[in-house]
Design a protein around this ligand. Sequence first.
Ligand code: IPD
Ligand code: CA
Ligand code: CA
Length: 256
Amino acid sequence: MQLEDFIQDVARGAGEIIREKYQKLDTWQAKGSRGDVVTEVDVASEEYVIGRIKAEFPSDGIVSEETGAQGNLDGAVWVIDPLDGTKNYTMQIPMFAVSIGRAEGGVPNAGAIYDPIHDEMFYAQRGCGARVNGRAIRVAEEKTVDDCLINVSWSPGSDCANFIKYMEYLSHRTAYFRRFGSAAVVMAYIACGRLHGYMQAGLHPWDAAAGIVIIQEAGGMITDFHGKPIDLRNSNIGIVTANPDIHAELMKEVIG
Ligand code: IPD
Ligand code: CA
Ligand code: CA
């Protein structure tokens, strides 16, 4: 199977596991930090994804949310969020996805984000463009932040004071804030132009791996808060992403 068919097939299979239990699940557990929950569905989806990857690419490394790192991390590494948006899932809010990226040296080269409720498969491979359900996608074309739809989010405790400043600045420019509760879905929506900008602190590599390559292949810019490329080998990831014009404005005027 070609890499692109493989990743999408695995993401779809995980999506079926997630969809099958949606609205039927009534237990979840708190994890280490506040606001972090896990369910049996996160675990089942992750077991399925890891099993498929180990069978097809036995020498690749794996970094996944619920199991951590395994295998050789010096070559190709799969970076997996088996269910991004678990809180939404448990609250029966249909905004969550499975996210699977394949990276090398901290840089993702292929990735899929699959939203099983809306049956949307976002996929990109470096140099080949980004698609949703096979259709080519591009980031939005807006030139300034005025009236843009901006998603702003941060994890508990991370950089709260700065984010309040960013939101204050932005609130004079746009009335359209969103916070969806699934970084992967937000990144997919940036890539296809449904959202204009996204700023978030406190992400993990698995939240962002697939989204980075999908956004870049859709013509978007994505950096950390210093304007530097994101390295998935870091555990605490901040992202600023939009089309190149909006990204430049966010970096210069909002973050400063
Ligand atoms: C979370 C979501 C959320 C983001 C958190 C993530 P999870 O992932 O992507 O939008 O704000 O930082 O941890 O726990 O649902 O996989
Ligand atoms: Ca996540
Ligand atoms: Ca998750």
